[in-house]
Design a protein around this ligand. Sequence first.
Ligand code: ATP
Ligand code: MG
Length: 389
Amino acid sequence: MKEIILIKNGELVLKGLNRNNFEDTLIKNIKKSLSGLGKFSVKKAQSTIFIEPLEENFDFDLALNKISKVFGIAAFQRACVCEKDLNNILENSVPYLSNILSNAKTFKVEAKRADKRFPFKSPEICMEVGGHLLKHFPNLKVDVHNPEVTVFVEIRDYNAYIRCGKINGAGGLPVGTAGRAAILISGGIDSPVAAWCMAKRGLELNAIHFASPPYTSPRAEQKVKNLLEKVAEYSGTIRLGIVPFTEIQEQIAKNCPEDYFTLIMRRMMMRISEKIARQRNCLALITGESLGQVASQTLPALVVTDSVANIPTLRPLIGMDKEEIVNISRKIDAFEISIMPYEDCCTVFTPKHPKTKPTIEQCVLAEQNLNIEELVNSAVEQTVYSYIG
Ligand code: ATP
Ligand code: MG
């Protein structure tokens, strides 16, 4: 009995002339995510991708888990490959479905005949297969409205396939089809979620993290790497730049009015990030900001942060509540890492009364004693790069 994985493309079926490009990127991403699982072949036909293992002991469960994290997939499932012959389908159906059906009470069969030359119409296929299964599994009854198990029989160009239900894919668009952007990643809950949201829309990710040793510990950096590993399960490899930020924070603490510490720090982050992003051909920055969540995320505060960067900042969480963000964080298995207590650079030198309604002019004045260009260039030069995932 031969088993394969059937993958249905998601949103990308809508993309007209770009479709081939999208499909090719999706296939490339699927191959990458399954690399290390042994040899397999990949074919595509009619919005479906077929993964066929070419080695014994292919780990289907692990493969399905990996595929569930590839963006651009609407649904997927393992399936039994049959000859395009009703008897062969019947013969395969019992052993293939035996595990699931011997423990079920109700089922139904659905059939789809993409190849109209197949001598049986869909309702006939359902009748035949359904009747055959009922004979072999006395525990079963047919329930067409609310079955415990739905068996699908598909007749396609070269083969017929039997599968049980379908698994919803991660949705979104294949990573890489929307270009590249840089996520400003902290060790918090929000930025990994923001990274995931934008990878879901097809962006390839670079990451930038600001570290202020000895105020921040090596464990805080490791935490960021662990978070990015979770994101990379979906986004593929992420290039991370760790920016030394201690000098800048100390200079801000020494030379600027306290109320503005956080805002000026964020403006410095944006300036440095823009430079790094441009070097890496990233067309935008991404942050985990959510409107009003903290003093530095009021609309006036966002205006003064934005005003120093000549590159768009994508803020996918801007309209989300904390609860919605936490739900995604849990879904991608990042939450438990995010709530570990290691300090981020944002929590050192925090003002007692942060400005919530700053203006650009006030900020320019507050940072007038900083040698901004020199600090930015030096931080960019000393940034240390590594690859995650
Ligand atoms: P997060 O949960 O992502 O840390 P937050 O709610 O704590 O977000 P802030 O600390 O104000 O908010 O940071 C806002 C955004 O700035 C973060 O979502 C992230 O994109 C970026 N950021 C904050 N700290 C850092 C850092 N140390 N390195 C890189 N980016 C950072
Ligand atoms: Mg934070």
